[in-house]
Write a protein that binds this ligand. Structure first.
Ligand SMILES: [Zn+2]
Length: 217
């Protein structure tokens, strides 16, 4: 464990942050990190995310076999990202309230509106709403396929958010951006309905995004 202690501590730090920012409750969510070509560190099943210890973090291989600990039942989703996206070093899953509420309120919506906020267009690109999949099944991974490797920030319909990055920090920034953007859109929607940036501005912002993409800001 000693050679992965720093990464385990970093994972725990971000799990606590997810809890403190109300992006999950209890044992919801999971964070994983690719430590080699074959091995992944991942948070455990059934333990509260706010109080994890380094020894609680599990090791699995890319085929989903457990090497140590009792890994999260949602690991198939993480493995799909690692297998499909060579650049992925970290995957984060949480239950951010505003994006999930959006998918419940607008069940036919295919993505979070990305014509209202410059931060969404510049920081993440489109944020798709991945169709619902039953928890802990391979379907959770399969439903992600149409959106990988393009999208690093996604809403899982009626369930949560999924982000990935070249570092845990990048995955975290995506999750924070996702909830914050959905909260602003919710407030505007409640106040008077959404208004949109002019098309010329949207086009210019999409051009600017090309200088940042595929990374999440
Ligand atoms: Zn979940």
């Amino acid at each position: 464990m000693q050679n992965t202690l720093k990464i385990r501590q970093e994972i725990i730090q971000y799990c606590k942050l997810l809890y403190d920012k109300n992006l999950l409750a209890s044992a919801d969510g999971n964070v994983s990190y690719r430590i080699s070509d074959k091995e992944i560190l991942i948070t455990p099943s059934g333990l509260p995310m706010a109080f994890l210890k380094p020894e609680d973090i599990c090791v699995i291989d890319l085929d989903g076999n457990t090497i140590s600990g009792k890994p999260s039942s949602e690991r198939l989703m993480h493995l799909q990202v690692f297998k499909t996206c060579p650049a992925a070093k970290a995957v984060m899953h949480a239950h951010p309230p505003y994006p999930v509420a959006w998918s419940i309120a607008y069940p036919d919506s295919k993505e979070l509106p990305n014509t209202c906020l410059a931060e969404v267009i510049l920081g993440t690109g489109r944020i798709p709403i991945v169709p619902f999949a039953r928890p802990s099944t391979q379907d959770m991974g399969d439903q992600l396929l149409p959106f990988l490797p393009e999208c690093r920030v996604m809403i899982l319909s009626r369930h949560g958010g999924l982000t990935w990055g070249e570092s845990i920090r990048e995955a975290w920034m995506g999750m924070e951006r996702l909830d914050h953007s959905a909260q602003m859109l919710y407030l505007a929607d409640m106040m008077n309905g959404l208004s949109h940036l002019p098309q010329s501005e949207i086009d210019a912002l999409k051009e600017m995004r090309k200088t940042i993409a595929p990374k999440t800001l």
